[in-house]
Ligand binder design. Structure first.
Ligand code: NAP
Length: 188
């Protein structure tokens, strides 16, 4: 099986853009990337916390404010990243939100929040940042077993993760003749 490795490759620019880097999984991923010598740009609502968490000093680390639930933030940040004219080698969508609730208790607020953070924003951000992606870039969608097997009591979360997998798989087909790699798209 061909597992994705964060090891830097000469053919890919060592600039990584990621969300969710202040969370349990994302924080570990960011540390690994920095240890491998990547320059990491983290999009977060808590840049201060992100700076505090990072212990590695190998790669360059920067955290900027972005609330993924706000389309305006997404556009502003995407435009700022494009302006840097620095090819992205790795785009990691790790931010996520789970709100366990029974079907009778689903509210519009929790539906919109989970859908926006887990599905809409990774789709829009991918689209907006495409011009900045290196032709050999990797796009990683951090998914969940809930995106393969339904999770009882978290139907909205499951729906968003199934959707995210569908997007990743379609994207993989779209890029197949080219070289951008999409991770999180395998038929598992
Ligand atoms: N933990 C698990 O057991 C598990 C299992 C399967 C899959 N996953 C998936 O793995 C990923 C990471 O999970 P985790 O448990 O490490 O997450 P976590 O500890 O709950 O942290 C959530 C992350 O998402 C970011 N985030 C949430 N809302 C945001 C918003 N509106 N704007 C910007 N960022 C936002 C947070 O960043 P800020 O608060 O700094 O903005 C934080 O970094 C998620 O996609 C999750 O669905 C997790």
């Amino acid at each position: 099986m061909n597992f994705f490795s964060f090891k830097k490759r000469a053919s890919i620019p060592s600039f990584a853009v990621m969300t969710g880097g202040t969370g349990g999984i994302g924080c570990e991923v960011a540390e690994i990337l920095l240890e491998q010598g990547w320059d990491v740009l983290l999009l977060t609502r808590r840049p201060g916390k992100a700076e505090e968490q990072v212990s590695s000093r190998k790669g360059r680390f920067e955290a900027i404010f972005c609330d993924l639930a706000q389309p305006v933030d997404l556009e502003t940040v995407s435009a700022a990243v494009l302006q840097r004219k620095k090819p992205i080698g790795l785009l990691i969508h790790c931010a996520g939100k789970i709100q366990p609730e029974s079907a009778g208790n689903i509210t519009r607020v929790s539906l919109e929040e989970q859908t926006t953070i887990n599905l809409t924003s990774p789709i829009l951000m991918t689209s907006q940042l495409l011009p900045a992606l290196s032709p050999k870039a990797h796009i990683v969608f951090v998914n969940s077993i809930a995106g393969v097997m339904p999770l009882q009591g978290s139907s909205v979360y499951s729906a968003t993760k199934f959707g995210l997998r569908g997007f990743a798989r379609s994207l993989a087909l779209e890029f197949k003749p080219k070289t951008i790699q999409v991770e999180g798209s395998k038929n598992r």
